[in-house]
Write a protein that binds this ligand. Structure first.
Ligand code: B1M
Length: 212
């Protein structure tokens, strides 16, 4: 595992220029993209979350760190592409109603797109009605929901119920994820799949659609 101290410090400070330079440096030094994401970017956002919980930083600082991390992800995005990118299926993805966290959802989208899925990203704060309306338009193979707040997780079963009522639940697979979400919760709300991170979201999506 590489040392991402300077990268971590720049993300914590919200210093985008240095963070982008450090990300590029890590790539140039031969670090694995997955290592940079997991141990450089995500580990730092966990540290940011801890500092927020302890009252050492507040929402504006958390937001600056988030924006800085998104800049770093842009540097890494080209490396997500797999060789063969003929469409593997359509994925409709969004962060659920009431929830504005989109970094994890964006990472999942990028990796899925890189793996050959066609993504329709509905953004954040997506209500069950919008999921249904867009599912009718796009006819996705997978409806993917992200939630980062324990208070917004209940919007997941509400969305599944809305898909049911609209008569499209049987036509789509539902995948859920996000830090407070668990496999057990996925079973409880009758989602078809749960993924703990963006990499496993890709393999779970392939599994759901029976492709290798
Ligand atoms: Co917020 N926030 N936040 N925040 N924030 C958390 C989530 C929190 C854990 C911080 C803390 O207290 N330690 C806490 C939630 C507690 C809880 O409910 N369990 C929290 C809180 C409380 C809040 C506010 C309520 C704060 C306030 O206003 N008082 C507020 C809520 C706003 C709202 O949404 N309505 C808020 C606001 C914000 C910002 C806007 C400032 C900013 C988000 C900016 C943005 O996303 N554009 C922010 C941030 C940055 C965080 C932390 C620090 C980092 C989140 C992140 O981006 N992580 C976060 C603490 C933490 O996570 N440790 C925190 C990196 C990202 C790559 O990981 O999103 O987990 P993650 O995604 C992972 C997996 O979860 C998975 O794949 C990714 C990894 O590969 N995954 C999926 C995600 N979605 C998936 C979907 C899938 C499959 C996998 O399939 C569909």
């Amino acid at each position: 595992m590489s040392d991402f101290k300077a990268l971590a410090e720049s993300i914590i400070k919200g210093d985008s220029n240095t963070a982008v330079t450090e990300t590029q440096k890590a790539l140039d030094a031969g670090s694995d993209v997955r290592d940079i994401i997991d141990n450089g970017l995500i580990a730092t956002m966990d540290e940011v979350g801890d500092r927020f919980s302890k009252g050492l930083i507040f929402v504006p600082q958390m937001l600056r760190s988030a924006k800085t991390m998104q800049e770093c992800m842009k540097v890494l995005e080209p490396f997500f592409k797999e060789g063969d990118v003929t469409s593997k299926g359509k994925v409709l993805i969004g962060t659920v109603k009431g929830d504005l966290h989109d970094i994890g959802k964006n990472l999942v989208s990028m990796m899925m797109e890189g793996a050959g899925f066609t993504i329709t990203d509905l953004g954040v704060d997506v209500s069950p009605d919008i999921f249904v309306q867009k599912a009718k338009e796009v006819e996705p193979d997978i409806v993917a929901m992200s939630a980062l707040l324990s208070t917004t997780m209940p919007s997941m079963p509400k969305t599944i119920e809305a898909l049911n009522k609209a008569g499209i639940r049987a036509k789509v697979k539902v995948m859920i994820g996000g830090a407070p979400v668990t496999e057990k919760y996925a079973h409880e709300i009758k989602a078809d799949s749960y993924a703990s991170d963006a990499g496993s979201a890709v393999s779970k999506a392939k599994e759901l659609l029976g492709i290798s």
